[in-house]
Each structure stands twice: as C-alpha cells, then as structure tokens.
Design a protein around this ligand. Sequence first.
Ligand code: C5P
Length: 227
Amino acid sequence: MKFVVTAGPTREYLDPVRFLSNPSTGKMGFAVARVAAMRGHEVVLVAGPVSLKTPKGVRRIDVTSARDMLAAVEEEMAKAKSGKPTIFVATAAVADWRPAKCAPRKLKKGQMSDTLKLVRNPDILKEIGRRTKTAQSPTRPIIHSPTYLVGFAAETNDVIAEARRKCREKNLDMIVANDVTEKGSGFGVDTNRVTLVRKDGSVDRLPLMTKLAVARRIVRECEDLCP
Ligand code: C5P
C-alpha cells in the first residue's frame, strides 16, 4: 500500500520574519510514517517545519504553509499507481487561517496595524475526501487508485460526537480522536490516549499508549481497511 502522511504544524507568514502557527511537533505523524515503512509500505511524509529525523525508508517532502502542504499531498495522491491502494493519514495541525497578505519585506512597527486580516486556508483532508469519495472536479488531477482516509480530531469536549461529525463531513474511513485537555495527550508529549471512530460508527477507546504504539494500531487498522 502507499501511505501519504501529513505531520507537524504549518506556518502562515505575514512578512518574512513573522508567522501564525501552533505547537505541533510532528511526533504522531512521524511515528505513523515510521511504522508503515517498517511494515513494508511505500511512505511519503509531507512535513511542516519540525525538528525530527526522517524515519528510515520514508520519502519526506518539507513544506511550510497549508497551501504548500495541499499541493504536495495532491501531487502524491495523483501519482499513486493505478490499482495500488492509497491511504492518506492526516495528522498535521494545519493552520485554519492565514494572513490575507504577506509583505515582501519585514514590516516596521509603525507600518503594522492593531488588527490582522485573515483568510481561510484550504482543509486538506476535506479537499482530498471530496475528490476521492465524491464526484471529482474536472479541473483537478484524478485519483485512480482506491483511497482510504484517516483523520485526527483534537477536541476539548464532546470528543466522540465531534469525531463522528467530522468523519461524515470529511468522508473519512476512520478518525482518531483525542481529548487534548487530558494528561499525557496532545501536543509535544510521547504518549496519547485516543479513541478510534470508524465510518460504520464503531468506536474503540484505547488506553494511554506511546505514540509509537498508537501508530502501530493505526497502521494495522489501515491494512484492515483494504479488502
Ligand atoms: O476540523 P479539524 O481541524 O478538527 O480536523 C482535523 C483533521 O483535519 C486532521 O486530520 C487534520 O490534519 C485535518 N486538517 C487538514 N487541513 C486543515 C485542517 C485540518 O487537513 N486545514
């Protein structure tokens, strides 16, 4: 199988030295890429700015912004060999907004206003879902191979209900949900307590595990998705 995995944060620059971002370190996505490669799959890791080493056997594409990340994912999904199942695992913490303008030179303090105009970034996972699970747009490359989509949902309340809603809205086969307010879960740490919510509505609550163990479980679930 071919795995396309996104990981880490994105950066949305307002001038060459200032950006909007978040504290994602990429650990979960790098663990998924590492396990998938160890299990003999072809793996492409589309990584935002993180300081982790590329796992063995993984092809890494470094990107900065959400739009760069979408372009890299689209290209990799479209390149999938006809008939070879492709799994898109979206672990990246993509910035939902970007500054409406990016100045070519550093803005002087006097040139900056108190308010920043923002515009929405593309939702990479939703876009790939729309193009693989619903009627495809004629202006975009067509994805030939069977495609399975796995998303992540970091929540602070109503974790399962929110995960089910996102699973439907983004046409996902599975969503990995976690409550980021729980100890040992979320950004930067080596552990995660997640709940798997599948397209058929079934739910598996997993105990607190290392991100590597969570990755093993996710990759196994992905292998089971393919008939
Ligand atoms: O809607 P929400 O941001 O909670 O969805 C999280 C899931 O969607 C994650 O899998 C994340 O990688 C993906 N996502 C994305 N592009 C965005 C926002 C989220 O691919 N702009």
